[in-house]
Design a protein around this ligand. Structure first.
Ligand SMILES: [Fe+2]
Length: 192
């Protein structure tokens, strides 16, 4: 089945959103490349790890619940299996970025091991955008066209995805506010 004009609009929006996120990660990678010394590297990695947690992983989750779930029901489980492996890699990379960021942020007494951690961090950051860009490209060029070809309308899927993403963002904001309140309460000796 050919793609409708409304499906094309969805495809362009998904492409644009993916390109924006890849660009963001590339800028953070560049900042990590320029970082000199443990504190600059810890700060660059912290930005990258936060972006991973706040943007890339929630994006992956809502895609799995919308586009991927629809694709599975349209006989495209083989494609979803391949893309899910890419998302697993994305999750593993996020955890690794956070772990190394913490290691560099709270360095041991031995400056040699901090230097080694910085070198590992630089290598990890250098490949970060590819881990997201590759599945994003497969979604743009294979998954969405295959869904449309299977007769699945893309606009309701994008709407569900955007609603789920907005809901996840609200929950994160509420959780962050609760953590802040607890921190303040602790600072004033009001909570354990
Ligand atoms: Fe995506």
């Amino acid at each position: 089945m050919a793609m409708t004009m409304r499906d094309q609009v969805v495809l362009e929006r998904v492409r644009a959103h993916h390109a924006e996120m890849v660009g963001d990660v590339q800028r953070m990678e560049a900042a990590a490349r320029r970082a000199e010394g443990p504190s600059a590297m810890a700060s660059a990695l912290s930005s990258l790890a936060c972006y991973w947690t706040d943007q890339l992983l929630p994006h992956a989750v809502v895609e799995e619940r919308t586009f991927y779930a629809e694709a599975e029901s349209a006989g495209l489980a083989w494609l979803v299996a391949a893309l899910t492996l890419e998302h697993e890699e994305l999750r593993a990379r996020g955890l690794e970025l956070r772990r190394i960021g913490k290691e560099i942020g709270a360095p041991p007494a031995d400056p040699g091991s901090t230097a080694v951690a910085c070198a590992r961090a630089a290598a990890l950051a250098a490949g970060a955008s590819a881990v997201f860009a590759v599945p994003a490209r497969v979604e743009n060029e294979v998954l969405l066209p295959a869904l449309a070809a299977a007769g699945r309308a893309l606009p309701p899927l994008l709407e569900r995805m955007e609603r789920a993403f907005a809901g996840a963002r609200r929950r994160r904001t509420r959780a962050a506010a609760a953590v802040d309140a607890l921190r303040q309460a602790r600072a004033y000796g009001l909570a354990a």
